[in-house]
Write a protein that binds this ligand. Structure first.
Ligand SMILES: [Fe+2]
Ligand SMILES: [Fe+2]
Length: 673
């Protein structure tokens, strides 16, 4: 963008936070703009269930392939992983994958890859190029099956056709085609949101309503296949955590995952979907935290006391079985390989980094059974596993510890402990390499939880991310940080460094805190509120500061797009989590969990959307010429909440917008090659 063009009209008139109240793109307004009213197909199920099932429901015993899922390998120009599942609890007899640069037909059978017999998830082992993985849910005992083929040595920018088969006597097949990433400095499009959940009963394969089911989840996938600007589907999608909320349906987590897999397959069969771990990927089970079978399963107290309440490694067993992601090469202190927990890949001139913020956040919000009922019945499941009231799966520092930095309010890997935080070490190394690499112009980080959010009903801003990772994002000039977690939209001004001092106030003290006391929230410092302009579009130079986007409007049934204001001065205000949320109570009285402990004025908040919680983002990367400007043009398309979603009634219509609710350019100058 032009450094000299600081046309103030954009900054002053159009994009101050308070003026950016989106009130014009409701259903009728969008329809007037030519929005497409998409009606969902009618249900196969004959009637709506009254709510989430409370008992374990059976899964199919058929084997036809479904839930097709593509992900990038480490080099998206040459490596794509094809994954799929069997519908239920029976393994496919002899699964195969065929692929070719021409459609698979009887005359063109393609290259055929046979998969081995399934083995239970074991993250201490390396995967073969073709792998079949089973996972047994700790709470309901159902075993489900996942198939992965890591295709390598593909041609860049090439379309490949594939077909998978269950290998039954009368085989069932499914297939699609995909395009590999372009080589070198090329334009491309990607998309993003988090917090997708599952559609409601009539659009779920199972016909069930789950805890977070909402038909917006269905339309969110529809939108990725046909973005509102008519310029075509993205090359790939970033899914910023809280994929399907299976950890809320403790008797049916595999069934929830299946409905998620079939919903996203409408897109993920055609283009890679790259996830980040969120709090709702952490599930209760009967394993140790490292994922080994617990010795004290069953019986209230014993299982909890032994800490045997994790569903696979760190509770992520379903996620790690389902996604085979680029390998970070990091082995955790407990011997588990951390492949898939966090990873990086490069498309064109952009380095993408997926992080698991569960590792550094203060907030306690993963799997938790905390209810304010005296002598509450433990969360008892089909297998006899019992999760007592007051149990939470807190995974902070699961890849090692952090300690206060020497010179500022940061947290840095704690080498003296002998177990420094491996994810943060990997992040530092990965960012340093990316910024040294002349083929990388911009760096996009995506994770689930937020460093900055002013949502009131949401979780708030987490000091842990600010302390552990913002110093690295600053040092290596990360351009964009995408998150979810809050079920809404928010954009920050570019920020760099932080405002020193105790700028926060404790409002809901955790142990050790005093209400009303000042607290250092390490508040990010705004670089500027005035955008530049590029060809009529407001633009930030992200070399000057990192922009944070909260994109959590995938589709859950719990919108949080109400935003905080300091009543004293009418300026934006944010909740900040600066210590672990206290869980207080006893079996006899019931338990409660504290919310965010503090608040701060939030001058970093640039744009919010109180009108629509849902939406998707489209990013168009243009590397330009060197020397020159490399840009990512960002469009946010808000999607109105579907009508008549509540309860068992069904309508399931919304208006997918054809105009973005905002458009922004993020870019930087790049030098000579
Ligand atoms: Fe969420
Ligand atoms: Fe979340």
């Amino acid at each position: 963008m032009s450094q000299s063009s600081t046309d103030g009209s954009y900054g002053k008139a159009g994009f101050t936070r308070r003026r950016f109240i989106i009130g014009t793109v409701g259903v009728s307004a969008a329809a007037a703009l030519g929005g497409t009213v998409v009606r969902a197909p009618r249900a196969v199920a004959s009637g709506a269930p009254s709510g989430p099932p409370t008992t374990t429901l059976p899964l199919p015993t058929t084997t036809e392939p479904e839930q097709l899922l593509l992900t990038w390998g480490s080099d998206p120009a040459r490596e794509v992983t094809v994954s799929w599942s069997a519908p239920g609890t029976v393994a496919q007899p002899a699964p195969t994958l065929a692929f070719s640069t021409r459609p698979i037909t009887a005359r063109n059978p393609g290259w055929l890859i046979k998969l081995p017999d399934p083995k239970p998830l074991d993250v201490t082992q390396r995967y073969d190029e073709a792998a079949s993985v089973s996972f047994t849910d700790g709470l309901n005992g159902q075993t489900t099956f996942f198939y992965h083929v890591q295709l390598t040595n593909l041609e860049p920018g090439m379309r490949y056709y594939y077909q998978v088969s269950d290998g039954a006597a009368t085989p069932s097949t499914a297939g699609a085609s995909f395009e590999t990433a372009p080589h070198g400095r090329a334009k491309f499009r990607f998309s993003s949101y988090g917090d997708l959940a599952t559609p409601s009963w009539d659009l779920n394969t199972s016909g069930n309503i789950w805890h977070e089911s909402c038909d917006n989840s269905w339309f969110a996938v529809t939108a990725i296949e046909n973005p509102g600007d008519g310029q075509g589907a993205p090359l790939f999608h970033l899914l910023n955590g809280d994929l399907c909320y299976a950890n809320l349906d403790v008797n049916n987590a595999p069934g929830v995952w299946r409905d998620f897999g079939n919903n996203v397959a409408r897109s993920s069969a055609h283009r890679p979907w790259m996830p980040a771990l969120g709090n709702h990927e952490c599930e209760f089970g009967v394993d140790t935290m490292s994922g080994h079978p617990g010795g004290a399963a069953g019986g209230i107290g014993a299982q909890g006391a032994a800490g045997n309440y994790w569903n696979g490694p760190y509770g992520f067993g379903h996620y790690l079985s389902r996604f085979l992601l680029p390998d970070n090469g990091v082995t955790n202190w407990d011997g588990n390989r951390l492949r898939g927990n966090f990873y990086a890949f490069q498309v064109g001139t952009v380095k993408f980094i997926s992080l698991d913020a569960d590792d550094v956040i203060y907030q306690d919000g993963a799997a938790n059974y905390v209810i304010n009922t005296a002598n509450a019945t433990p969360e008892t499941t089909t297998t006899g596993a019992e999760i007592p009231n007051g149990t939470t799966t807190y995974t902070r520092f699961y890849t090692g510890g952090l300690k206060p930095g020497a010179t500022d309010d940061s947290l840095v890997p704690d080498y003296a402990s002998g177990r420094p935080n491996l994810q943060t070490i990997w992040l530092d190394k990965t960012l340093a390499q990316a910024r040294r690499d002349p083929s990388v112009d911009m760096i996009v980080v995506f994770m689930h939880q937020c460093a900055m959010s002013t949502s009131v009903p949401g979780n708030g801003s987490d000091l842990g991310i600010r302390q552990a990772w913002l110093p690295l994002f600053d040092k290596y000039e990360v351009d964009l940080v995408l998150s979810g977690h809050e079920h809404d939209y928010e954009r920050t001004y570019p920020v760099r460094g932080y405002a020193a001092g105790e700028l926060g106030t404790v409002v809901a003290p955790n142990p050790g805190q005093v209400k009303g006391a000042a607290v250092d929230t390490r508040r990010p410092a705004v670089v500027t509120t005035e955008p530049y302009e590029l060809n009529g579009t407001p633009a930030w130079n992200t070399r000057e500061g990192t922009v944070y986007l909260v994109l959590g409007g995938g589709g859950t049934n719990g919108p949080t797009n109400t935003y905080g204001t300091d009543t004293a001065d009418d300026k934006p205000q944010a909740k900040v989590i600066t210590t672990r949320n206290a869980v207080v109570g006893t079996e006899a009285t019931g338990f409660a969990k504290n919310g965010a402990d503090s608040v701060e004025d939030a001058p970093w908040s640039a744009a919010i959307n109180p009108t629509d919680a849902y939406g998707y983002s489209i990013f168009d990367v243009d590397p330009g010429q060197r020397p020159g400007e490399t840009t990512i043009t960002f469009q946010y398309f808000a999607i109105p909440a579907v009508t008549n979603e509540a309860g068992s009634a069904h309508d399931g219509a919304t208006t997918l917008p054809t105009q973005p609710t905002e458009k922004f350019v993020f870019g930087r100058r790049v030098g000579r090659p």
